[in-house]
Design a protein around this ligand. Structure first.
Ligand code: ADP
Ligand code: MG
Length: 751
């Protein structure tokens, strides 16, 4: 039985049990390493220089560490109280000390340690840092002596002058056991066993070593310089494989012909022209410019593949609608996909309102050339769904608005010319593909996102799309003022609810956002910052105590009892409500029947109620910057200035406090996205988990490696253009296949 049929054949695919034996393989399996390839791709985290001791000041209790230190003393004594014996050693970095303790029933059992841990000897010590009477210690550490008196002669010789690879820390397997295992599997490999995904001319252009050489260098460098050279090459490989995969997607999609949708310029009956004429506002320069780009794309026979990113409230919907009208004017249909039913329903309402009689096909008062805009969602009543399906299949509906359900196989279009995907960060690449490969002709594709994506991330994750950007927000928009409200200040919190009251009395609406629905722990889409960010874990290793997050149901009940809000109707909205209920709640909020809405972050994306003027976010310090910015974008959309109150329990000076203050001080989403990336831990950027194995990106970091990514992209595009099937590059082809493994798609979806 081969559980992983997509692995390359040959030596790399060999099971470690066969190569290293059951015992070692079982230990490595705990790190998720099962094949020779897994092991050789398990790169050292850093390198220890034999002469350079680890700075012991940086150790934190609870951490699993590997340190290089020198033995200062070691003494064995009997323990009168407990019986048995104890060896206490002290190691040092020259300044600070760390204790090592070993316990045994009998003194004799400690003899081997005593013999080896002679004063003056240097070794690598690995274990979990504990605290005992105010000083740090490792209990029963694993260790390996190097240099004089080393555990193995060969190791002694080699280690004397070479950097020592230190592998990701793990209690299961000490780093030197990994090192030994890597050597064992790496030594007999030849170039033929390790096909290189980077073609030779790309390699020589950038002076990169071949794959086998790089693996040898990264695991066993003669100098740190060599290690860096190897890391650079392996990082480039990651960027190159990723960019080749994206370039191939582009090429594949472009190879399926699309249909030119010229619209009906100059014709007597043009929905687009009529729409433009009736638009109650002037398009912004950005909207006009991007609109022209899109119009040109649509008029071409190769399908458009464009990402439209625009600041919250920059008016992407109108841009999308104009594109859809050009397609409808050309006799085709357009589909608009939203990530949630709330948003789909809202889009339906918005489009119908914007189009007016132009959307009233077949209705009394509808224009002669009007079209029909229909909704298609998963939870729709059967009759409505059936009608919408018919309208889509017959071509009667020019515009179909829906959720993921639109991607279902049973949905037929008479002539689908354009797919607009709103809020792309909730959609995966796979879904993008599902749409593109519908039938023998590809529809044009417009992807929209309000999550500002720094250029490098856009290039990494959306490298298969052309990017347009709307930076400008329509003038006349009053904007949002943001304040941080300390949760423990009763005067401020009282003022918060009073402000809500004032807005309601003035005929406006307020959102109150909580991270949870109730105390079930369901966070309903909130992307909370890890608990341990601010405070180091307490000494016993447990997480610091934090007050629980505020919950929608609890807060709604509380507000109902608040004198400041007496007589104000309060609605609740969260992910556990049915689609119809959500709809009703949103409609009541929009109409002002319930002017205060307590909600989870289900309202984060795209909800547009122009009368909403205040947003109160509870536990604001626990939300990510981008999410807060999205949330804030829900207010100040009309002519009334928006007010965003971030209620925070963050202590002054903590990263959380910095985050909310940054948000209060900055309204530029792109600037915030960059700060967000810097504040987050490296791995989080791509949504890749820290486990290492779940992501193909081991060394590459999108922010740091922006230039490398750009270079790799050029090389990849040139290569794919010359050989779209990659027939001449089987190793690259195989690497891409492994990369596009469905188990890894998740990574592309969450950035
Ligand atoms: P987003 O880009 O966040 O999706 P929307 O498309 O929802 O933004 O637009 C936000 C609001 O701005 C809507 O009410 C829309 O009608 C309005 N709007 C769009 N373009 C303009 C414009 N050029 N001038 C004034 N208001 C506009
Ligand atoms: Mg929108």
């Amino acid at each position: 039985m081969d559980p992983e049929p997509d692995r390359p054949p040959g030596r790399l695919a060999e099971d470690l049990r066969r190569v290293l034996g059951e015992r070692t393989a079982a230990a490595l399996a705990k790190l998720g390493l099962r094949t020779v390839e897994d092991l050789v791709r398990h790169y050292p985290r850093r390198y220890a220089e034999p002469g350079r001791l680890t700075d012991l000041a940086s150790l934190l209790p609870g951490e699993h560490v590997t340190v290089m230190a020198q033995v200062r003393q070691a003494t064995v004594r009997d323990m009168r109280s407990r019986g048995g014996a104890m060896l206490a050693a002290v190691v040092t970095d020259g300044t600070r000390e760390l204790s090592l303790t070993f316990f045994a029933k009998r003194r004799g059992a400690l003899r081997p340690h005593e013999d080896r841990l002679r004063p003056g000897r240097v070794g690598l010590f690995t274990g979990t840092v504990g605290e005992y009477r105010g000083s740090l210690q490792l209990t029963h550490p694993d260790y390996q002596l190097i240099g004089d008196g080393a555990d193995e002669e060969a190791a002694a010789l080699a280690a004397a002058s070479r950097p020592i690879p230190v592998y990701p820390a793990s209690a299961a397997v000490p780093t030197w056991r990994i090192q030994r295992a890597v050597r064992t599997v790496l030594d007999p490999l030849t170039e033929d066993d390790v096909p290189d995904p980077i073609p030779p001319d790309v390699r020589s252009r950038h002076g990169l070593p071949g794959l086998l050489a790089a693996l040898r260098l990264v695991h066993d460098p003669a100098s740190e310089k060599e290690a860096y050279r190897a890391q650079h090459r392996l990082r480039f490989e990651e960027a190159f494989v990723l960019q080749s995969a994206l370039a191939r997607r582009r090429a594949e999609a472009a190879a399926v012909p699309g249909t030119a949708r010229l619209g009906s310029p100059g014709a007597r009956r043009s929905l687009l022209a009529d729409f433009d004429r009736r638009l109650p506002f002037a398009l912004t320069d950005g909207q006009r410019e991007v609109g022209e780009q899109i119009a040109t794309d649509l008029a071409a026979t190769s399908p458009m593949q464009r990402l439209l990113q625009g600041e919250v409230g920059s008016g992407k919907t109108v841009v999308a609608l104009r594109a859809m009208l050009q397609v409808v004017d050309s006799g085709g249909q357009a589909a608009l996909l939203a990530p949630t039913e709330v948003l789909a329903t809202q889009h339906l309402r918005t489009l119908r309102a914007l189009l007016g009689t132009l959307a009233e096909e077949g209705m009394l008062g509808g224009e002669e050339h009007a079209t029909r805009v229909v909704l298609l969602t998963g939870s729709q009543p059967a009759a409505a769904r059936k009608e919408a399906l018919l309208d889509a299949a017959s071509g009667r509906a020019g515009i179909v608005v829906g959720t993921h359900a639109l991607l279902g196989e049973h949905v037929q279009f008479a002539d689908l010319g354009l797919v607009v995907v709103d809020e792309q960060h909730r959609f995966g690449v796979e879904q993008r593909d599902a749409l593109r490969t519908r039938g023998d002709r590809s529809p044009h594709l417009l992807v929209m996102t309000a999550t500002p994506i720094p250029r490098t991330v856009a290039m990494t994750v959306f490298g298969d799309l052309e990017v347009s950007t709307l930076t400008e927000v329509p003038s006349g928009r009053a904007g949002v003022v943001t304040h941080v409200v300390p949760a423990d200040n009763p005067v401020w919190t009282a003022r918060t609810w009073q402000r809500v009251r004032e807005e309601v009395d003035a005929g406006r609406r307020a959102y109150v956002v909580c991270a949870r629905i109730d105390d079930s722990g369901d966070q309903d889409g909130s992307e909370m910052v890890p608990v341990d960010e601010d405070e180091p874990a307490s000494t016993d290793g447990s997480a610091p105590a934090r007050p629980p997050l505020r919950a929608v149901l609890e807060v709604a009940a509380e507000l109902e009892g608040l004198p400041a809000l007496a007589g104000v109707a309060i609605g609740v909205l969260h992910g556990r409500l049915g689609a119809r209920e959500k709809d009703e709640v949103m409609a009541r909020f929009a109409s002002g029947a319930t002017p205060v809405l307590v909600a989870t972050t289900v309202i984060e994306v795209g909800v547009d109620v122009p009368e909403a003027s205040v947003m109160v976010v509870l536990d604001a310090e626990r939300f990510g910057l981008s999410q807060l910015h999205q949330l804030r974008g829900r207010v100040g959309r009309g002519s009334h200035p928006g007010l965003c109150l971030l209620v925070s329990r963050a202590a002054e000076g903590t990263p959380s406090a910095t985050r909310v203050q940054t948000l209060a001080a900055t309204s530029d989403g792109f600037a915030l996205a960059t700060v967000d990336l810097e504040l987050r831990r490296e791995g989080d950027v791509l949504g890749a988990s820290q486990s290492g194995r779940s992501s193909s990106l081991r060394l590459l970091r999108v922010v740091r490696d922006a230039e490398l990514l750009a270079t790799a992209r050029e090389d990849a595009r040139a290569l794919v253009a010359a050989d779209p099937g990659l027939g001449s590059w089987p190793a690259l082809h195989a690497a891409i296949e492994a990369w596009l493994d469905p188990r890894r798609e998740e990574f592309l979806e969450r950035a």
